[in-house]
Ligand binder design. Structure first.
Ligand code: GDP
Ligand code: MG
Length: 163
């Protein structure tokens, strides 16, 4: 668990699915992050023998007076600050949305390096989003399917420099 990876992005892109895929059955080790928010959770992940801590940014279901945007921004900022590298997930089937661009803008300003991950790429349905994703200016997207467990070796190679 030498390094920490934050999974960030707008709701519904598959962050928790990827988190669960990486953490697998080691749910016993999953714990609430210390601090004020329950919006993030950490787990012990392993990917092709590489061990790391992964942080899922869970969303904003809890009622507060904050705007959705403020909550997303805060939990993203905190997770990214704690991490050695951030995975910005997009839903490649949905294509790049204005909210994805918003996240990309936030991450471009952060010091933490970013790996762009195009999720839901099983089959060919993800291809349009994959090409759009290049336009986010965060480098080459790594196509994966968190649900089907595809593209994980490419994710491994993208993360390896941070191990
Ligand atoms: P989050 O809000 O970013 O945490 O997204 P979730 O992990 O809750 O997933 C949102 C929806 O996308 C769920 O219905 C998942 O089953 C679906 N999903 C997640 N990963 C994939 C994938 O690789 N392919 C497809 N087709 N659906 C996925
Ligand atoms: Mg989630």
């Amino acid at each position: 668990m030498g390094f920490t990876v934050a999974i960030v992005g707008r709701p519904n892109v598959g962050k928790s699915t990827l988190f669960n895929r990486l953490v697998g059955k080691r749910v016993a080790i999953v714990h609430d992050m210390p601090g004020v928010t329950r919006d993030r959770r950490a787990g012990a992940a392993t990917l092709l023998g590489m061990d790391f801590t992964v942080i899922d940014t869970a969303g904003y279901e809890d009622a507060t007076d904050d705007s959705v945007e403020a909550r997303m921004r805060r939990q993203t900022d905190q997770a990214v600050e704690e991490a050695d590298v951030a995975l910005l997930l997009i839903d490649s089937r949905a294509g790049v949305t204005p909210l994805d661009r918003h996240f990309a803008d936030l991450l471009r300003k952060a010091k933490t390096p970013v790996i762009l991950v195009a999720n839901k790429c099983e089959g060919r349905a993800g291809e349009p989003g994959l090409y759009e994703a290049y336009g986010l200016g965060l480098g080459e997207p790594v196509p994966v399917s968190a649900e089907h467990g595809e593209g994980l070796s490419d994710l491994f190679f993208a993360l390896q420099p941070y191990a």
